[in-house]
Write a protein that binds this ligand. Sequence first.
Ligand code: NIG
Ligand code: FE
Length: 408
Amino acid sequence: MTDDTAVPQSILVDDIGSLVTNDPSRGRGVVGEVEEAALVIEQGRVAWSGPRSQAPAADARVDAAGRCVLPGFVDSHSHIVFAGDRSREFAARMSGLAYSAGGIHTTVEATRKASDSALLSGARTLLREARSQGTTTLEVKSGYGLTVADERRSLEIARRITDEVTFLGAHVVAPEYADDPDGYVDLVSGPMLDSCAPLSRWIDVFCERGAFDEQASRRVLAAGRERGLLLRVHGNQLGEGPGVRLAVEMGAASVDHCTYLAPEDIEALAEAAARPEPTVATLLPGVDFSTRQSYPNARKLIDAGARVALASDCNPGSCFTSSLAFCIAVAVRDTGMTPDEAVWAATAGGALALRRDDVGHLAPGARADLILLEAPNHLYLAYRPGVPQVAAVWKDGELVAGSPDNGA
Ligand code: NIG
Ligand code: FE
């Protein structure tokens, strides 16, 4: 840069030891890894990426000092608009109690009582926490309000922190409708949807024993689709059931959890993977960890041809982590994914589950959402579980967490 006060037009991130592009035509494996790489950021986008020996000139330079750069994590599943605490429920589970959908009511009660500013500040804190750990795109759901007014305000808060907003009025049946679950489905797919659809991109339903059955889930999703919302489903979390097949049949972008799958579910997901707009199987291994369930079989899914994403499901009940690095480590250790597959799933996989082609990869044209790791390559995410390795995070080309300065 010639003038120190000028905002640089372009920034060269240089001396990248290993760059994950997620473009197999640019480098090794499914993650398209380029060693001794560089990347140029211009106007918030990746203008160029490749071997550093071929890098074009730029106005400013960031020294990666041989470290790894990868796309920001795309966390396609979270419930961070809530109030209250369920740590004791977690402790009880670790002493032998089973997880059930009923715990959601504890959070509904606390969320309804909380002020708008308390909910917003809690969500912002979790967003900052996620960002400092490398998440640059975060989907956020409602679902702890369960009245028209409380669902609407959760979505208004979600919209203040992300563009990926999901209406989940069909999380569980609201307590006021305990004796009239069909009446609650009428509300969710009628007046509540009318009020919430303009604030949302997505509609989701918890299709599970203790929440909504196939027929009710189908009604909610169909009503959402009629209002122009795109579909996602919580399914097959607590046992086998109709969630996966319903999601595939209705063309949902993603079905999330997939912990208990019948052979027909895997077949359906493999078939859906071949569509131009696939239904992604989003695994949430942090949930299985925190509820002490068995883990989904990612190996079987990937070998069958399904598209698999990883997300946090950050929420106070079933999994209170915002760390995609943790989810990658668990997925590698316990679901049969290779480290390459898990890193792809938490970046490009998440983007696919949100039907986004501008995030989750670092080919030219992508948003300049990047993580600089304090490590020589992406394998370290699973290799060093629990260690904070995110040195710096850029979103749309702007440094939003950490610093690239390694003190050298
Ligand atoms: O994705 N499964 C449904 N909803 C959340 C859990 C919510 C809660 O327990 O508060 C989930 O795991
Ligand atoms: Fe969830």
